[in-house]
Write a protein that binds this ligand. Structure first.
Ligand code: C5P
Length: 293
């Protein structure tokens, strides 16, 4: 098989994130409202007659290009699960999304590889099979396959699609520290969470197209288990975003990225320009709606 396809790997924000408890399989029971945004990696997948090998090239020299890279392991999983042994796959990954930020950067790469390879090979997998494969790559990968606005539960891999959020824009600040996801999950086991997101209210605000109601309810329980001075840094990023005009602000995922919700892209761009002297890694982005697979 010979062919080439390009895919956008959209990153995500957690408009809300709640951890409900620990499961028997070692994972945690989650309840989150997830939103894909226009800040994305660019992926080109080339397939050539060969022996079933996978290779990855990326513009970030610190990233692995073997099975430790989720894009690589997703491609390998796709070939193995369909028993494809006569095609080599090469992935060119242009990374724009910050790494270890809670924005699903690696997960969205894996999802884009699965989506792209499925299209390139003539759609051998239906949507639910693609989601199953995605869940084997990681908990955030199934969401990234279609993206949009979704309520995620279970391990983070069960979904209820929600109405697209109203027109708005986000500014995302990436503080310089990075977080190891398992460490924060461990930390959350040791505390009793006192404040939780109003997920029901958030879902209702989304159904009503109420941007103020949405912005007031953005919330991530992982903020409360960040050690100092990291927590302080996240608080400062949120305060700066609000001062710059955001209607609401929160960390996303296990961090360290923090986002603010703005009325439109112009307002987000002005805020980004105003804050870039303080926060070196800063982005403006739009919400992205669901992709059909
Ligand atoms: O699924 P993924 O590989 O992205 O998960 C990374 C780590 O995050 C897991 O090894 C686990 O420690 C933690 N995790 C969890 N519960 C979830 C998702 C992730 O405990 N629902």
């Amino acid at each position: 098989m010979n062919g080439r396809i390009t895919e956008k790997a959209y990153s995500k924000l957690n408009l809300s994130l709640d951890v409900l408890g620990k499961r028997d399989d070692g994972f945690h029971e989650m309840l989150m409202v997830m939103q894909s945004i226009s800040l994305s990696d660019d992926i080109a997948i080339t397939a050539r007659d060969g022996q079933g090998s996978v290779s990855v090239k990326t513009n970030r020299s610190f990233l692995p290009v073997n099975e430790k890279n989720l894009a690589f392991s997703a491609a390998k999983l796709f070939l193995d699960s369909l028993n494809i042994k006569d095609t080599d796959v090469h992935i060119d990954l242009k990374k724009n999304v910050p790494v270890c930020a809670g924005m699903g950067g690696g997960s969205s790469d894996a999802a884009a590889v699965l989506r792209g390879m499925n299209a390139l090979f003539g759609k051998p997998l239906g949507a639910s099979e693609l989601m199953e494969l995605a869940a084997k790559c990681g908990s955030d990968v199934p969401f990234c396959v279609t993206g949009g606005t979704m309520l995620a539960s279970g391990r983070g891999t069960d979904f209820k699609p929600l109405t697209a959020i109203p027109d708005c824009a986000f500014v995302v600040v990436k503080p310089s520290f990075s977080v190891r996801t398992p460490d924060l999950f461990r930390a959350i086991d040791d505390v009793k969470l006192r404040v939780r997101p109003d997920t029901e209210g958030l879902v209702a605000a989304i159904a009503d197209g109420d941007l103020m109601g949405i912005s007031r309810r953005v919330f991530d329980v992982f903020e409360s288990v960040l050690p100092q001075p990291r927590r302080e840094t996240v608080e400062r990023a949120k305060a700066d975003l609000i001062d710059a005009g955001a209607f609401g602000a929160s960390m996303t995922g296990t961090g360290s990225a923090v986002f603010g919700v703005f009325s439109d892209y112009d307002a987000a761009s002005s805020a980004k320009n105003a804050l870039r002297a303080t926060w070196k890694e800063i982005y403006a982005a739009r919400p992205v709606s669901r992709i059909d697979v």
